[in-house]
Design a protein around this ligand. Sequence first.
Ligand SMILES: *[C@@H]1O[C@H](CO)[C@@H](O)[C@H](O)[C@H]1NC(C)=O
Ligand SMILES: *[C@@H]1O[C@H](CO)[C@@H](O)[C@H](O)[C@H]1NC(C)=O
Ligand SMILES: *[C@@H]1O[C@H](CO)[C@@H](O)[C@H](O)[C@H]1NC(C)=O
Length: 503
Amino acid sequence: MKCLPQDCLRGFGLLCFAQTVLSMVVPNSTHLEAILEKYMDKEDESWVFKQRGKRAITEGDMHLILDLHNKLRGQVYPQASNMEYMVWDMELERSAEHWAHTCLWEHGPQHMLTQIGQNLGAHWGRDRPPTFHVQAWYDEVRDYSYPYPQECNPHCPFRCSGSVCTHYTQMVWATSSRIGCAINVCYNMNVWGMIWTKAVYLVCNYSPPGNWWGHAPYKHGRPCSACPPSYGGGCRDNLCYKENGVERRPAPELEETNYIEPEPEPRSRTQPPTPYPNDNVDRNEVVSTLQMCQQMDCETKLRDRCKGTTCNRYECPPGCLTSPGKVIGTGYYDMQSSVCGAGLHAGIIDNDGGWVDVTRQGRKPNFSKSYKNGIQSLGWVLLSANAFKVFSVPVKAVTCETTVAQFCPYKRPARHCPRLYCPRNCLHETRARVIGTEYYLDKSSICRAAIHAGVIQNHSGGYLDVQPVDSRRLYSGSYQNAISSESLQNPSGGKAFRVFAVI
Ligand SMILES: *[C@@H]1O[C@H](CO)[C@@H](O)[C@H](O)[C@H]1NC(C)=O
Ligand SMILES: *[C@@H]1O[C@H](CO)[C@@H](O)[C@H](O)[C@H]1NC(C)=O
Ligand SMILES: *[C@@H]1O[C@H](CO)[C@@H](O)[C@H](O)[C@H]1NC(C)=O
């Protein structure tokens, strides 16, 4: 499944729908009859779809599609605490039918795309059940590691190719509780420039729409522990479920459990942020992108940026000497100071820009003013405020065997690890262990864990950031990117770490 650049560009706002990418099935032989019969009126010479009294999809296919969605939604890993049971919606079916009849291999209609999510599939040749496409959408999960999109279009819109996950994330979007699909047979359908003489076209519309940019598809936690109150505590096969459609007494609101960290803003955004068009959508808190290094403007204040645990490394653009923003303090700085201005004042970076690590210092009683490195800082006396310090970011080359335990062991308060450079060809160092997935035990090889996580590639090696974190009770092994990682439960001693791509 490939990503069309124009789709990615369109999706590169704050809101990214499933319609960013289309799912396609490779054609084969020509046993269409069975499928055709279900949807076509053979009496009509032109095989025009029977509009009157006929559904856009058979009852049987409807159940297949719906049941598969609910089965897969109930089985997501890690488990979802707020996944809602999906029901069929005739309005969505009708809108899907309308679109399937255009035989256009693109998302639409345009005026509905802010209100619905949409997944598309098409094939020709061998008869396939519609669930074939649904399963194919779901199988994108192999490139997805909750809550991070991992390999799914990491560089859109700059380099838009490779696998995508938006069909998967729309399918398992917790709050998308209604679905309606239609199937149509299209003649001479233009699929990315290829003309398919007879294509079976599946359109599924979802509501409320999912794929909000920067949000996880669902909250992680014990199944049904974070259902919306309207479900009245009903639960079925791990899904929030309304017994007999009856709404019961609202359950108490539950605390959010899936806060990760704020989304760093991409520097070269092509359009200003637009407000969410549908603000009552229950967004599942915030998810970071792949990188720890948050790109900043010269004047961005730490206070406005630092909300999560991993926000400790920032990239300042060149040219900040002319507009360094407000800097308050010397040695340590008020949180209202600009990070890049403080970095210049402290001599951590110069006018060429660069990386700055930040450590918070808690409250300080007074901040002294001084003129250093071309920056005049302000002072407060007897006005206590939260403070931070800035540090330079060293870069260290490591070997395929280097572990976090050796290199940058976990300490409290949290400290910064240097940025690392991994050599090529760590895939071959099979003796260097990797334990875990997404969170790795600190005895794991850093570089091999980074390949496993999809942060670097074996053939090129490259830069990455590591973040040591508290140990985990369970490390689950998985096979990813040609590396099998080990599982481990309740390890004695040892801390964990995560790896982040450096773009
Ligand atoms: C096409 O499908 C047939 C079975 O229907 C299979 O034997 C054959 O290998 C397939 N060809 C390709 C190119 O996938
Ligand atoms: C900073 O504040 C403390 C009170 O907490 C005060 O004793 C000290 O003199 C102040 N220092 C300066 C340089 O103003
Ligand atoms: C890993 O990268 C090295 C160096 O580029 C290359 O020679 C080797 O074939 C790669 N291994 C695999 C399994 O791709």
